[in-house]
Structure formats: structure tokens, C-alpha cells
Design a binder for this molecule. Structure first.
Ligand SMILES: Nc1ncnc2c1ncn2[C@@H]1O[C@H](COP(=O)(O)OP(=O)(O)O)[C@@H](O)[C@H]1O
Ligand SMILES: [Mg+2]
Length: 337
């Protein structure tokens, strides 16, 4: 039995369809990654799992419990760590955890024992008695995690747990999550960082525009795509028709098993090729039709190729499309440093 079963979820905010027929099974005992660009519907799906939001349609089963009928029981089974937590700046971390324990009606001695254990496990000893207002992003995230774990849920759900963290704090959180799964807690996390899901997830789903577009282990998803990738940039195609015409020609080249038109950057072409020297034949083919090759790169398939295959754009470009003024590239570079 799956630990989380989401069936045909729909959720709209006014005219925005945040979830469209989202169906997902998350097995017990693994670290499950929900990957998707900003606006894909990750937070909406997670808030529904955490019983903080009701779907317009569909069913939600967590640990065998109907989340719509038994929200209290579900909240006992699940710890939720939100994307943005408003932490009271006046309280110390320890006081905040004590409050959290009281919310779950833990007896004082049990509560304080667990807090001590979490302080130790999450390495919070040095600063837990300082006011939260003085914490760094990484400290705050660890405190959020401790709060989510205090009632010992069998499932911890985290929404973008490392957004905005520096690389050190990020890898500290990754280590904590790995250890947690190793010790028997199931974890689901959302992320718009490919690298994060790739590094952590045993299984994953890619969600885009409110629905699941691919599901499996990261390796499975990549293997399903077949051979090596070749990204081919010729001079920019003038329009979709020209890109289409050239992609038909390239499809005829022996050793090319798939051609995807990448609409994001003036129509470049992404190819899947068999493991044989196909590059020379490609060059010849393009020379024949008078298209000089600007750039040609061969690589193993990545999760971004999985995303591109399903949506016709890269994850980065999906981010840019929703980001508007924000400089996502810069933000990512900063986050990955
Ligand atoms: N409270 C809200 N009111 C209106 N639209 C919302 C609200 N919350 C989310 N949305 C919209 O729903 C879509 C999915 O959002 P969200 O679930 O936050 O995605 P993600 O977490 O993947 O970035 C987006 O288009 C977003 O703008
Ligand atoms: Mg979100």
C-alpha cells in the first residue's frame, strides 16, 4: 500500500487551475521528490496532503487514512515543514519547540526529552537558546525540521526545504534528510532544483501545470529516454515551420532515434542518438541543406531532458517564463555556489 495516494486532484484559485487531475502514489520508506518549476502546483499539492487545503475534486489518502474525513489523524501521521515559516522572533528556538509540543498535547517530560534528542540530532545545541530573530536561514530551517519531527510522524513533508540557503546549509539539510529516511521516516519534498531531487530522491515525480508528467526513480526516468543526448544549435530558425522541416530531415539521419524541437531559445533541436558516431552524419546532413552548425554537445540524459521531452522546454526556461522580472539565473547561480 502506498503511504500517500492522491487521486485525480483538481484545485482552482478563481480562474487559475493550480492542480489538474493530479494522481500520485508515494511508497513508504523512501525519499520522494516532487520536482517542478515555480507555479507547477507543488505547494498546493503539499498543503492538500497536510490537510491545510481541500481539493475541489479528488481523494487524498495518507497512511491509509482519508485526509478529507480524518484530518486530525492525518496530522498525527504527518509532519509538515512549510516553504515560508513565520517564526516568532522574540522566542528562543527551544521555547518554540516547547510550544509546538504543547500543540500536540505531549506530556512535559516526553516533550522535553524529545526536544533534547532533536537538538542533539540536528546539531542545534549552540544556538537553540538564542532568540529566533538572530538565526540564519540554515538555522531556521533546522528548527522548522525539528518542529515537524517533534510528534514523531511516520511521514515528513517538506516544501522546498533548501530554497535560499547557501551551499553548506543545503548539504547539511540533505544529510539530515538522508539520515532520517535511513532511520525509517518516509520523506516527501518538493523542489525546483534538479540537482536536489537528483541527489536525494529514491523516487520522484515531475509536475508541470498541475499534473504529473513523469514518475519513477531518477535513473529510470533517464533510462526511459534512451541513448545519449545531442543538443544541436544551428542558426536560429525563423519559425516553427522551418524548425519542423529541418527536424524531419534530421530524423532521417541514421542513428538518430528522436528529435525534439526546443522552443525556448529560438528553436534549437534536441536529439536522442544511438551509441554510435552520428555527429559527422549530422553535420553532412545540415551542410546539404545549407544550415551551418553553431554548437553541438553530446551528453548522458539528465532530468532536464526528461522535463524537456515531456513539455518541450527546459526547467530553467519554465522558471524564467513565470519569474517575470526576477533574475532566476542569478538566483540559481547564487544558490548553487
Ligand atoms: N492563494 C492563491 N490564490 C491564487 N492563485 C494561487 C494561490 N496559490 C497559488 N496560486 C497559483 O496556483 C498555481 C500553483 O501554485 P503553487 O501550488 O504555489 O505552485 P508551486 O509551489 O509549484 O510554485 C500558480 O499559478 C499560482 O500562482
Ligand atoms: Mg511552492
Amino acid at each position: 500500500m502506498a503511504l500517500i495516494e492522491l487521486r485525480n486532484l483538481h484545485k482552482s484559485y478563481g480562474s487559475v487551475n493550480a492542480l489538474r487531475d493530479l494522481t500520485l502514489d508515494v511508497p513508504e520508506g523512501c525519499l520522494y521528490g516532487l520536482l517542478g518549476p515555480n507555479g507547477a502546483g507543488k505547494t498546493t499539492a503539499i498543503r492538500i496532503m497536510a490537510t491545510l487545503l481541500s481539493p475541489d475534486q479528488g481523494t487524498v489518502t495518507i497512511a491509509g487514512l482519508d485526509a478529507l474525513d480524518q484530518p486530525r489523524a492525518v496530522r498525527q501521521a504527518l509532519g509538515y515543514v512549510a516553504q515560508e515559516v513565520a517564526i516568532d522572533k522574540i522566542l528562543t528556538g527551544r521555547e518554540l519547540l516547547q510550544l509546538q509540543g504543547d500543540l500536540y498535547h505531549l506530556k512535559k517530560n516526553v516533550r522535553d526529552e524529545r526536544i533534547a534528542e532533536l537538538i542533539d540530532r540536528l546539531g542545534m545545541d549552540d544556538w537553540i537558546d538564542r532568540r529566533c530573530g538572530t538565526y540564519s536561514g540554515g538555522m531556521r530551517r533546522r528548527l522548522d525540521l525539528a518542529a515537524g519531527l517533534l510528534h514523531r510522524p511516520k511521514l515528513l513533508v517538506l516544501d522546498e526545504p533548501t530554497v535560499g540557503l547557501d551551499i553548506e546549509s543545503r548539504s547539511a539539510i540533505w544529510d539530515l534528510l538522508r539520515r532520517l529516511v535511513h532511520q525509517g521516516t518516509s520523506v516527501l519534498l518538493s523542489s525546483h532544483y534538479l540537482e536536489e531531487v537528483e541527489a536525494l530522491a529514491d523516487r520522484m515525480a515531475i509536475i508541470d501545470a498541475g499534473t504529473v508528467i513523469a514518475e519513477g526513480s531518477p535513473d529510470e526516468l533517464k533510462r526511459r529516454l534512451g541513448g545519449d543526448r545531442v543538443t544541436l544549435r544551428v542558426r536560429e530558425f525563423s519559425d516553427q515551420e522551418e524548425a519542423q522541416r529541418v527536424s524531419e530531415l534530421i530524423r532521417q539521419v541514421s542513428g538518430v532515434s528522436q528529435v525534439v524541437i526546443n522552443r525556448s531559445q529560438g528553436y534549437s533541436l534536441n536529439l536522442v542518438v544511438e551509441n554510435e558516431p552520428v555527429i559527422a552524419r549530422l553535420r553532412d546532413c545540415l551542410l546539404d541543406v545549407g544550415l551551418p552548425v553553431f554548437a553541438l554537445a553530446q551528453s548522458r540524459p539528465s532530468l532536464d531532458d526528461v522535463y524537456l521531452q515531456a513539455t518541450g522546454r527546459t526547467l530553467m526556461d519554465a522558471e524564467l517564463a513565470v519569474a517575470g522580472q526576477r533574475d532566476v539565473k542569478q538566483e540559481r547561480r547564487k544558490a548553487m555556489r
